[in-house]
Design a protein around this ligand. Structure first.
Ligand code: NDP
Ligand code: 8X3
Length: 264
């Protein structure tokens, strides 16, 4: 992890779950972090947690944390990204494209157009616009690391998730294509594919119904945001010549998107 000292990392979706945990772990490892998401007040709280984690680490490296209110699905906001980052944090080494969500469990035929558009706008178009910005930056400096949060749902479709799984399949295709395009460079590309992680993810899927969200993880111990963040930081802290292409990470009692064991 000493390889992460004085690196500058951008994390999208840093207000909750995997993104917030990743920001804190990078802080602990001596990196500087730009935390981006839509909820500005919560971003500040996570940035405070980063400051605490950095202090506790005792490291003198890193320790610069900057919050940036950003809706990745808003092209004009993405376009003005650089202008908003302080100059001393512009030489970004690592991008963690984590912002994303699922809405609903409706089957095809009954899915609202606005839900379809919202998922594609953030999970696919947003991730692609932010990637474009940073791939250009990484190419101009000759190195960098693009880490995209895909999903087990990007490998395996399932009923009641046609749109979400389609977005994550798109993330996989985009990420794997970019890796091929960058094969003659020192730029690394990684896709993290988590299984069941208990975050705000299912609360958003069930539109605020916390009891329905809880039920998703009943009888098994799901991953936490921290568990997945450890995989992100692990991939980012390999030696420069090592490209962790894909990491599929699940709870011990999950074997595929739809195969799991729940204690009776
Ligand atoms: P959370 O709901 O806890 O976190 C999602 C984060 O994304 C929030 O910080 C949210 O912040 C941010 N976000 C959502 N839309 C936007 C947007 N348009 N612009 C900027 N930020 C946005 O869920 P997770 O931590 O679980 O999810 C993180 C990623 O992991 C997602 O891509 C998800 O698809 C993926 N994933 C999750 C799994 C799970 O089981 N939980 C499994 C596999 C993958 P804000 O609302 O403040 O903008
Ligand atoms: C989330 C994974 O399969 O629980 O990306 O929807 S799943």
């Amino acid at each position: 992890a000493s390889r992460l000292q004085n690196k500058t990392v951008v994390v999208t979706g840093a207000t909750s779950g995997i993104g917030a945990a990743a920001a804190v772990l990078f802080a602990k490892a001596g990196s500087n972090v730009v935390l981006a998401a839509r909820r500005a007040e919560i971003l500040k709280k996570v940035a405070e947690q980063c400051t605490v984690a950095h202090k506790e680490s005792g490291l003198s490296a890193g320790g610069k944390f900057f919050t940036l209110q950003l809706d990745v699905s808003d092209k004009s906001q993405v376009a003005s990204f650089w202008d908003k980052i302080p100059h001393d944090l512009r030489d970004v080494d690592i991008l963690v494209n984590n912002a994303g969500f699922v809405l609903g469990v409706e089957h095809a035929g009954d899915i609202k157009d606005e839900d379809i558009e919202a998922m594609f706008d953030t999970n696919v178009l947003g991730l692609i616009s932010v990637s474009q910005l940073f791939v250009r930056h990484f190419k101009s400096r000759g190195s960098g690391h693009l880490i995209n949060i895909g999903s087990i749902a990007g490998r395996e479709p399932y009923a009641a998730g046609s749109i979400y799984t389609a977005t994550k399949h798109a993330v996989h295709a985009f990420t794997a294509s970019v890796m091929r395009e960058l094969v003659n460079t020192k730029i690394r590309v990684t896709e993290i594919q988590p299984g069941m992680v208990e975050t705000e993810f299912s609360i958003i899927r069930f539109r605020g119904d916390v009891a329905a969200a809880k039920k998703v993880y009943e009888g098994l111990e799901p991953l936490t945001g921290h568990d997945v963040a450890e995989e992100v930081v692990w991939a980012a802290s390999r030696p420069d010549h090592v490209q962790v292409a894909e990491v599929l990470v699940m709870p011990v009692n999950q074997a595929s998107a739809t195969v799991n064991y729940r204690a009776p």
